[in-house]
Design a protein around this ligand. Structure first.
Ligand code: MN
Length: 503
């Protein structure tokens, strides 16, 4: 069976490097501007830190050229955003037309070709060429005047931190690009009566560019039932190679038939997702008619391939998990659907145990997962097969998107993943331990005041900056809880934000 990675390739995506200038300076200077820009964009393109292509584009010197390149960027399938830099002064009224129509994310790079002032040689020619210190301010004004979101990165283009910040932004842009026209499928509806997982799908499609549509569980069951025996055999063999199967799930074991059933569900789900070109799915244990088990290992493995997933009809988290997987493509560590499950309130050692009924992505596993079967306790279905594992410690975060009615809010809490000190021999699910920053009491108070969901995407390899950049692109509210969070200020932030969004 081919392991179909549903994530696109970062290296197929392009960010266009656009340098602004004007005709005033004459041929000689403009030639230099072009040379320098090409050198900077190539250096970024060749940087191992940046996964996408950075494409040099000819220097723009007039409103017509600026408009044309923005129009071209809008319609280019591979262009996920623009980096703009004003090597010289580029009168910004020239930019209004282009910026008005631009619908791709923009990063404003405030750099200069020379790192240092050449003290002994500097003359007026140098001054006329190296003007970003004021040229970029003119460009910044017009973007602020037009109320356009962007990321501003300041520093010399060879500075490691500048390259790192550009990489972060390109990853957010890749995620944003993935959402445009993206399709997510919902089997069944929302879990009955649950509030936070629900929301306005029309508004989400207008704001985020992805669509969420429901398919009856019967449509999926039909595809599952078309699965052939040899395909099932093959997948069971893969299970036995990749995981530590418990004895009862091995060939000849008492519950081998359940493993085959789980494999059949996985194959059917994958076929359904591929046929519909879906980027993720959600199901609900309240609507599984015709399915014998809730998809456990299937959801876990499809997530590991790059599909978005969340339980109980939570389509916003499905999209978020997919987004974060695209953004983190190629990075060490993983991203998974997560739920704050149970607390450890030991004074001075407070932490959260995160898990779900079944569906935690093996991309965050610290070890070869065990493959086990246990009763679920709710839902009234046959025992589902699932992967069980622990998760490594280290810096991580939880992210949640909620629908506040008049806006979407992206909430991020930086956490410290904790290596478990105790065995959990009776806990039959994958689990994670973390300490939320700045501390349990402040973090949970802030999260609850902000209305953050119990469902999140847990990330080991994205930073708050990735998500902040993303929120700017999407034009949504961004709320961060980290080591600097202080409740008095935090409450005010929420209060003022509420007012800002009413205006
Ligand atoms: Mn849940």
């Amino acid at each position: 069976m081919k392991n179909n990675n549903s994530l696109g390739r970062m290296e197929d995506l392009e960010v266009w490097f656009i340098t602004g200038s004007q005709h005033l300076y004459g041929e000689e200077t403009l030639k230099k501007v072009a040379e320098h820009s090409e050198q900077i964009s190539k250096s970024m393109d060749h940087s191992r830190q940046i996964a996408v292509k950075i494409l040099f584009r000819p220097v723009v010197k007039s409103p017509e050229e600026i408009y044309a390149v923005c129009q071209e960027a809008n319609s280019s399938k591979n262009c996920i955003g623009l980096i703009a830099w004003m090597h010289t002064f580029s009168p910004a009224k020239m930019w209004i037309g282009g910026l008005r129509i631009l619908n791709k994310p923009l990063l404003h790079l405030h750099t200069q070709f020379n790192r240092d002032i050449p003290w002994g040689e500097i003359d007026m020619d140098f001054m006329n060429l190296n003007q970003s210190a004021h040229g970029d301010r003119e460009f910044g004004f017009i973007m602020s005047r037009m109320r356009l979101n962007r990321k501003v990165v300041v520093g010399h283009w060879q500075d490691e931190n500048v390259v790192r910040k550009i990489d972060i932004w390109t990853r957010a842009a890749a995620g944003w690009n993935d959402w445009q026209g993206g399709k997510f499928v919902r089997f069944g509806d929302n879990m009955r009566y649950v509030a936070v997982t629900d929301g306005d799908k029309v508004e989400a499609e207008m704001k985020f560019g992805y669509s969420v549509n429901t398919h009856g569980i019967g449509d999926l069951v039909k595809v599952i039932n078309e699965t052939g025996d040899s395909e099932i055999d093959q997948l069971c063999k893969i299970y036995s190679e990749q995981y530590q199967l418990t004895d009862n799930l091995r060939k000849g074991g008492s519950q081998y038939a359940s493993l085959r059933e789980a494999a059949k569900i996985e194959i059917g789900l994958r076929n359904f997702l591929q046929a519909g070109n879906f980027k993720g799915f959600t199901d609900t244990f309240e609507d599984l008619h015709g399915m014998s088990q809730l998809p456990g290992i299937a959801a876990q493995r499809l997530m590991a391939e790059g599909y978005g997933f969340a339980g109980e009809g939570d389509w916003k988290t499905v999209a978020l998990v997919r987004l974060m997987k695209v953004m983190a493509s190629g990075l060490k560590g993983g991203n998974s659907f997560m739920e704050d499950y149970t607390y450890h309130f030991e004074p001075g050692n407070e932490m959260v145990l995160g898990a779900h009924m079944l569906e935690i992505c093996e991309s965050i596993a610290a070890e070869k997962p065990k493959c086990e079967i246990h009763p679920l306790g709710i839902g009234g279905k046959a025992d589902p097969v699932r992967l069980v594992f622990n998760v490594a410690g280290g810096a991580a975060l939880n992210a949640s998107v909620i629908d506040m009615g008049n806006r979407f809010r992206l909430l991020v809490n930086e956490v410290e993943g904790i290596v478990p000190e105790h065995d959990l021999p009776k806990l039959p699910v994958a689990r994670v331990l973390w300490k939320p920053l700045p501390d349990m009491q402040t973090a949970c108070t802030a999260w609850i005041l902000a209305g953050g969901a119990h469902h999140t995407c847990y990330s080991q390899n994205l930073t708050a900056e990735h998500l902040e950049d993303f929120a700017e692109m999407a034009g949504i509210e961004y709320v961060l809880i980290n080591k600097q969070t202080e409740l008095y200020q935090f409450k005010n932030q929420l209060r003022w934000s509420e007012t800002a969004y009413r205006m």
